[in-house]
Design a protein around this ligand. Structure first.
Ligand SMILES: [Zn+2]
Length: 327
């Protein structure tokens, strides 16, 4: 009997014709894993006059079972496999935005500190590695009060990490988490989130500004309501010299699924209907107006554009990583 031993070329050709012969997604993604830890993660670019630095807090590992909970499981698994993503673990990045404009140094969200997953909590170390002193931050904007966005607000002595900043959060977001006895009004799985949010928001020494839709932090820096993921979730719009960017927070939490299947919601999205309405509005706005988007959980550094595809849907196109301005 002859044993068929295909050459590498034959295998590659066969894989193109028959997707089933392609490498399983997990094998493909593992092949691209680093063998040693990476250096501090940050990325700089400009939006008009605004200098943007994306600084990572690390990553979160979340079971994919929480993604697309209103969709057919097999379809969700196929979507992940088709995108060469793990079919079990959602490796979610945590992209913090620092906007420097005039005298303003605005940081979006503060990470989870050492209170959540061990793979996160690197924000301050990554800031210091690129010469940014937490005491230089003038404004902190919290998109919403989930652990990965707000638990890093205080240090091990319960003192604010960003000592000189004005703290801003949506009025609806603040009120929801701070409602008396909220922990007893939510299901058990969310109780820790409530306790953590209340502890973070109540940190001594913080002064909160609660924002309404279109709150202007400074000319060119505006907050807009993007409810759904949480009820009072807000996002930051940066506008300068005809260019614009929206820091989405978690209004779209997956770079591919939230964009290509905006109607698939996640277990953690609090108001499912509002989540979808907000996403569709943001996708239309970003695609029509050419606004850049920056997703907190998108693959680092999480910035790019939304483009319409021929089927009437949308795609996320990551921005080109560049060494310097020109080209
Ligand atoms: Zn998040």
């Amino acid at each position: 009997m002859t044993i068929f031993k295909p050459t590498r070329r034959q295998l590659l050709e066969a894989a193109c014709l028959t997707p089933m012969l392609a490498l399983p997604a997990s094998a493909a993604t593992n092949l691209l894993a680093p063998s040693r830890p990476q250096p501090a993660a940050s990325h700089r670019f400009k939006v008009g006059q605004a200098q943007i630095t994306v600084i990572s807090d690390g990553n979160l590992n979340v079971p994919v079972a929480g993604l697309g909970v209103n969709a057919d499981r097999a379809e969700v698994q196929k979507f992940l496999t088709d995108h060469a993503l793990s079919a079990s673990n959602n490796y979610a990045h945590t992209n913090h935005v620092l906007v420097e404009m005039g005298d303003i140094k605005l940081l979006v969200d503060v990470g989870s500190g050492d209170r959540f997953q061990d793979s996160a909590g690197r924000l301050v170390a990554n800031m210091e590695a690129i010469g940014i002193d937490p005491a230089d931050i003038t404004h902190v904007f919290i998109t919403h009060a989930h652990p990965d966005h707000v638990w890093g607000i205080r240090d091990d002595f319960d003192e604010p990490v960003f000592t000189e900043a004005e703290y801003i959060i949506g009025a609806g977001e603040y009120d929801w988490w701070m409602t008396n006895d909220r922990a007893n009004m939510v299901e058990q799985s969310l109780q820790q989130f409530v306790v953590g949010a209340v502890n973070a928001l109540s940190t001594e020494g913080l002064e909160w500004t609660v924002a309404q839709n279109n709150h202007e932090i400074a000319p060119g820096l505006r907050l807009i309501d993007t409810p759904g993921h949480t009820l009072g979730h807000m996002s930051l719009v940066v506008e300068s010299d005809g260019q614009s960017l929206i820091a989405l927070g978690d209004s779209m939490s997956h770079a591919y699924m939230s964009v290509e299947q905006p109607e698939w919601v996640n277990a953690i999205d609090m108001d499912k209907e509002a989540t979808v309405t907000t996403r569709l509005h943001l996708l239309d706005m970003a695609a029509t107006d050419g606004m850049a988007v920056l997703g907190y959980h998108f693959p680092f550094p999480g910035v790019g554009h939304i483009v319409s595809d021929k089927m009437g849907g949308y795609r996320f196109m990551p921005a080109l990583w560049r060494w310097q301005d020109a080209g």
